[in-house]
Design a protein around this ligand. Structure first.
Ligand SMILES: Nc1nc2c(c(=O)[nH]1)N[C@H]1C(S)=C(S)[C@@H](COP(=O)(O)OP(=O)(O)OC[C@H]3O[C@@H](n4cnc5c(N)ncnc54)[C@H](O)[C@@H]3O)O[C@H]1N2
Ligand code: MOO
Length: 399
């Protein structure tokens, strides 16, 4: 058995970036930017009013002053002329500030009568002008690689860049295996269950921005497994679920080997998820996850997600660990790293984390409730309430 760290390093060494494509800005949210975005203009491109009011000279901003209104500038229509002493321009938020004006007095501080305004008693100190280029200058960059947030998309739009180069979405084929499985909505026999983790993994893959394809459930025969694996030949990453352990019906390793799998490792010193395997299968990479629902989902978080990120050319490595105070006592850990499903709540200095009583790797109710994985190293000594421990956050984090 190898360590989680070795297994992750090997998984990451197996994958390659999948290449790039160009997409319209409107479809770029959540995608991974692969070429930096470069601003084609200054924003704002002119000194702009931040308020609805009157543009005038600072020298004229005196309580009680009476000024002549010479014209009007709505947003999108600049006033061609300038502003002289004793003059004001009616101006609206976002409109260019005219030559000669160096402040905008908000309309609430002004009394207007015909073409004249009188400035009120209390006038603001600020000039209410957004200087040209205050947001960004031409040539400013959104550096790649970066997963594009909604704010990034808005920024790229503002930079007037309509097409973005992003990483292609990796194609992931998901294969559930086992005679006991039926698809959700079907009618299982009394000795059957409903395939679950393949659907959870599909959601996980898609949340990362990759494409997931659920292949037909492979039955526990060599022929069935071979047939379904062949359907996955064009995928970038083939993920099998189950059939990885030592039982007579656990065929994934030997069938994949027969089809040319160059296995990089099998079995990792972790709980849950010991019978994990990975290797190269033709043009694709194969990740063989254990069948227990929680094991496969935890391995998905720890290995599949970083692999997908590497395939999209994002900086990779282990999921970022955080620190929390333990909410209970825990006995010494065994020889495998333990990723305990846990509840994380806010605390006075660090958040407080308490693992659920049952850590059986079949319990999806516990996994769905958990908002963190408490990480224990192999042979970690007994821990006391209040000790600082590592955890990996999972959604939903308490708000
Ligand atoms: N003698 C030993 N037995 C087992 C060992 C071992 O070391 N020696 N390891 C155990 C561990 S740890 C795990 S994890 C499981 C993993 O086994 P497999 O990967 O071969 O998974 P299966 O046997 O196919 O299934 C395990 C369990 O999960 C259910 N399952 C499978 N696929 C799905 C699915 N898509 N959706 C929902 N549930 C699924 C399956 O029905 C079984 O209940 O092996 C232990 N055994
Ligand atoms: O490690 Mo298995 O993955 O106990 O469930």
């Amino acid at each position: 058995m190898i360590s989680v760290e070795e297994a992750l390093a090997t998984c990451l060494a197996l994958v390659r970036p999948v290449g790039t494509e160009t997409v319209p800005l409107a479809d770029a949210g959540g995608r991974v930017l692969s070429s930096s975005v470069i601003a084609r203009r200054d924003q704002p491109p002119f000194a702009a009013s931040a308020m609805d009011g009157y543009a005038l000279r600072l020298d004229d901003r005196v309580s009680g002053a009476v000024l002549q209104v010479v014209g009007e500038a709505p947003a999108g229509r600049a006033w061609a002329g300038g502003i002289g002493p004793g003059e004001a321009l009616r101006i609206f938020t976002g409109a260019p500030v005219p030559e000669g004006a160096d402040c905008v007095v908000i309309q609430e501080d002004v009394t207007r009568a015909g073409d004249r305004i009188t400035l009120g008693d209390r006038l603001e100190q600020g000039d209410n002008i957004r200087p040209a280029g205050a947001d960004f200058r031409i040539g400013a960059r959104i550096e790649a690689p970066r997963r594009l947030s909604p704010a990034d998309v808005a920024l790229a739009a503002s930079m007037n860049v309509p097409l973005l180069e992003v990483s292609r979405r990796p194609e992931v084929a998901l294969i559930a295996t086992g005679d006991e499985l039926v698809s959700p909505g079907e009618h299982p026999r009394p000795d059957q269950i409903v395939a679950s983790n393949s659907y959870g993994l599909k959601a996980m893959v898609e949340a990362e921005g990759a494409r997931a394809r659920l292949l037909p459930i492979a039955r526990d025969t060599r022929e069935s497994l071979e047939q379904v694996l062949r359907l996955a030949a064009d995928a970038d990453l083939v993920v099998t679920i189950g059939g990885a352990s030592v039982g007579d019906h656990d065929l994934v390793g030997s069938v994949a080997a027969g089809m040319g799998l160059e296995r990089a490792f099998y079995k990792v010193a972790m709980r849950p998820g010991k019978p994990l395997m990975a290797g190269r299968l033709g043009q694709a990479v194969l990740l063989g996850l254990p069948g227990n629902p929680v094991s496969s989902m935890v391995c998905g978080e720890l290995f599949l997600v970083p692999m997908l990120r590497a395939m999209m050319a994002l900086p990779t490595g282990a999921r970022r660990r955080m620190r929390a105070r333990l909410g209970c006592h825990l006995p010494e850990n065994g020889p495998r790293a333990h990723y305990m499903r846990a509840e994380l709540v806010p605390g006075p200095d660090f958040p407080e984390i308490t693992p659920y009583d049952s850590q059986d790797s079949s319990l999806l109710t516990v996994l769905a409730q958990a908002n963190a994985l408490l990480v224990r190293a192999p042979h970690d000594g007994a821990l006391r309430r209040g000790d600082l421990v590592d955890y990996l956050p999972m959604v939903p984090f308490p708000s």
